[in-house]
Design a binder for this molecule. Structure first.
Ligand code: FRU
Length: 433
């Protein structure tokens, strides 16, 4: 069924003795999505054409900071590190997904980034998609969660972990050192999470990816949320049941974080949207703010929403998630540049959140009004396609969270800023261990 074990309220035991209380997945409903409205507080400013480029050689898109176990941004001997999906600028933007390589960048001030190199020597998968990175200070090692993806046109996805690397910092540079071991954490099981095979009739995109590590703020259990689909038996792209995005949950069952158990999804968008991408949490005032990204083209028939950051809030992992601002919309691209940014990542900064993203296709107008639509980009000459694509970090945005309401309050004029360490990710949440 559409909800499966999620509706049984199972409590699944783990090897480490801890048991996460699971529950029914909350629903992002058609009614919520029908109330999406691009108001000022929920819309990004148009990105200034002159924002600077971080790499001359590589397109950069999904990006995530190295964080400590407690979720705060790591600052190691004054250095911050981010990881990005990258691909050669010789490729047209549409070809980059099939060649994605994770590279790292380092900075002393959180906005001037220097390229370090590749994150892995021999990762799993033909190429690697988004993830998250945790640095354990006592062990002096990085746990790097990522998506091991198979080549086009299949795009089979598995959740993977690379561990063993650490950082050597000097006065001028940061080096990723050490041999890494890679393991598969989880694959789609066909019951809680749709397999690639089960998705074939739907005729749209498929997801089992983007593991985001976090420590349970009260119990300290090791968890990831990820982007999945619920098996609904959708039969074609016109069938609303083919739109079955969910936020998946998995829990580590050993201290080495090499064994994981799939738990039921905690949020589903059945008949609403096919992709709840790069799910991640911000914990504030005892509240669990769950953010996801989604595209205009993955909304179910009869619904419209922009390429945007969406968010939900509850008081626990399997709580009753309420869409922020009534609809779920948190930051939409502006109507004048509906594809200018994507892959927003919200990080706590004081009482607000700072949202990082990348520059996607500028200069494209809305499909209904524009001269060039997103679908037409791939037919342009290579150089023209490249000119339209940003492929670099976008100016970060500051967003105020106030219960179930949010507001964009500033665009940072020093651009693509990642907040520095020292702002723990658990305002107001007591620790259980
Ligand atoms: C979001 C995303 C991720 C995925 C990557 C693939 O921009 O779709 O979900 O890991 O891009 O390039």
């Amino acid at each position: 069924g559409a909800i499966g074990a999620a509706s049984l309220g199972l409590s699944i035991g783990t090897g480490t003795g801890a048991a996460v209380e699971t529950g029914e997945a909350s629903a992002w409903t058609r009614e919520h999505a029908n109330s999406i409205e691009l108001t000022d507080g929920l819309t990004a400013p148009v990105i200034d054409e002159n924002s600077d480029v971080i790499s001359d050689d590589y397109w950069i898109w999904d990006t995530w900071p190295l964080r400590y176990r407690d979720g705060s941004i790591a600052k190691i001997n004054g250095w911050q590190v981010v990881f990005s999906l990258t691909a050669s600028k010789e490729l047209v933007p549409g070809a980059r997904h099939n060649e994605a390589t994770i590279r790292y960048f380092y900075s002393r001030n959180g906005h001037d980034w220097t390229e370090g190199g590749t994150a892995f020597e021999n990762p799993l998968g033909h190429h690697q998609w988004a993830g998250s990175a945790m640095y354990d200070q006592e062990e002096d090692q990085i746990y790097h969660f990522y998506t091991a993806t198979s080549p086009e046109p299949e795009f089979r996805q598995r959740l993977a972990l690379g561990k063993g690397a650490s950082l050597e910092t000097g006065p001028r540079s940061v080096n990723l050192v050490g041999d890494q071991e890679h393991v598969i954490m989880a694959e789609a099981d066909g019951e809680l999470y749709q397999t690639l095979e089960q998705s074939r009739d739907e005729g749209i995109v498929y997801a089992f990816r983007d593991p985001w590590y976090f420590e349970h703020p009260e119990t300290g259990e090791d968890l990831v949320v990820f982007e999945g689909n619920t098996p609904t038996g959708g039969e074609n792209p016109d069938d609303p049941q083919s739109y079955n995005g969910n936020v998946g949950v998995a829990q580590a069952t050993n201290d080495e974080l090499t064994d994981w158990e799939l738990l039921p999804p905690n949020l589903e968008a059945i008949e609403v949207n096919q992709q709840l991408e790069r799910p991640h949490y911000v914990f504030q005032d005892g509240k669990w703010y769950l953010f996801v990204l989604s595209h205009e083209f993955t909304f179910a028939p009869g619904l419209w929403g922009p390429d945007a950051l969406y968010g939900f809030v509850a008081d626990s992992l399997y709580g009753d998630y309420e869409p922020l601002n009534g609809s779920g919309l948190v930051i939409a691209n502006p109507e004048a540049a509906p594809f200018q940014g994507y892959s927003w990542l919200a990080m706590p900064q004081g009482n607000d959140v700072l949202v990082e993203s990348f520059e996607n296709f500028r200069g494209l107008d809305d499909t209904s009004r524009g001269e060039i639509s997103l679908d037409e980009v791939g037919a342009l000459p290579d150089e023209e396609q490249k000119e339209l694509f940003g492929g670099t970090l976008a100016p970060s945005l500051k967003v105020q969270l106030d219960g179930t309401e949010t507001r964009v309050i500033a665009e940072l004029n020093d651009g693509h800023f990642i907040p520095s360490g020292g702002s723990p990710n658990r305002n107001g949440n007591g620790r259980g261990r």
